[in-house]
Write a protein that binds this ligand. Structure first.
Ligand code: GDP
Ligand code: MG
Length: 244
């Protein structure tokens, strides 16, 4: 089973509009309730193509292995195959004509997963600030992966994306010396976009910052980060953890 929903790319025409936005919101609320009752955590991992979402998923699986059952719903077939080959349960879900996922798609997909209470499901998708469906899938939290080579102006180009998330993971810190990215301008632009998200810098390549990411995630999900921190720190801590 690699593809677990019935929506097809390009099939969003009929019924698009305000009614559908309302319908999506209603289904998202139903999803949220269902996930809470089943004690399932669903995390949206959004960001532009190439930011490092799949790599962050792979690293997260490494650091949380044995701690939480982690599964992934992915819009790209290539990434789904890439994660499956690494032994990470991953299933493809299709986005609509606007490149966006709908709450109904996610509700149906999660309903088909063989998971127990406490499972952690990542949904990897580009996110879409212009989607008429709205962004809500009923997820527990939204994390945006931004990468250093994207520069510091993305928050003011796509304020909707940066505003609607709980955390921004700035990936590819190892590439900082080769770019003109500055934290000062990035934060200024986040403020301009009215984003209140926390920011954590990581390098999925070197492992730097992944401890902070793992602990943030466990904290957010109401898990005890202390229980896992010894193994996280042993394997992944850099000399200093950077919280920006
Ligand atoms: N230098 C560097 N490259 C990275 C890092 N994380 C991911 N990449 C590379 O960036 C490319 C895109 O990563 P991927 O996870 O597929 O991005 P996605 O499209 O957001 O899922 C791949 O070639 C990764 O190996 C990082 O921390 N540093
Ligand atoms: Mg990917």
């Amino acid at each position: 089973m690699t593809q677990i929903n019935t929506y097809r790319r390009g099939g969003g025409g009929k019924g698009a509009g305000f009614k559908s936005v309302g319908d999506n919101r209603k289904v998202a609320s139903e999803n949220r309730l269902d996930f809470a009752l089943r004690r399932i955590n669903v995390v949206s991992l959004i960001g532009t193509s190439g930011a490092g979402k799949t790599e962050l998923l792979r690293r997260t699986h490494e650091i949380l292995k044995g701690r939480l059952q982690l599964e992934a719903l992915i819009t790209s077939e290539v990434d789904q195959e890439r994660l499956s080959a690494l032994g990470i349960p991953a299933y493809q879900v299709c986005s609509d004509a606007y490149g966006a996922l709908k709450a109904k798609t996610i509700g149906e997909a999660v309903g088909k997963l063989e998971i127990g209470p406490g499972a952690l499901i990542f949904i990897e998708h580009p996110g879409n600030p212009f989607s008429p469906w709205g962004a809500d899938l009923g997820e527990t939290c939204r994390v945006l992966v931004h990468s250093i080579p994207e520069g510091h102006d993305q928050p003011i180009k796509y304020p909707g994306l940066y505003r609607g998330v709980h955390l921004i993971v700035v990936n590819k810190l190892d590439l900082l010396p080769f770019t003109d990215f500055t934290w000062k301008r990035f934060h200024r632009n986040l403020r301009q976009a009215q984003s209140n998200a926390q920011v954590i810098g990581v390098s999925c390549r070197s492992g730097f910052g992944l401890t902070a990411w793992g602990e943030w995630l466990l904290n957010f999900l109401g898990e005890d980060p202390v229980e896992s921190s010894s193994s996280l720190q042993k394997d992944f801590a850099g000399p200093v953890e950077y919280w920006f």
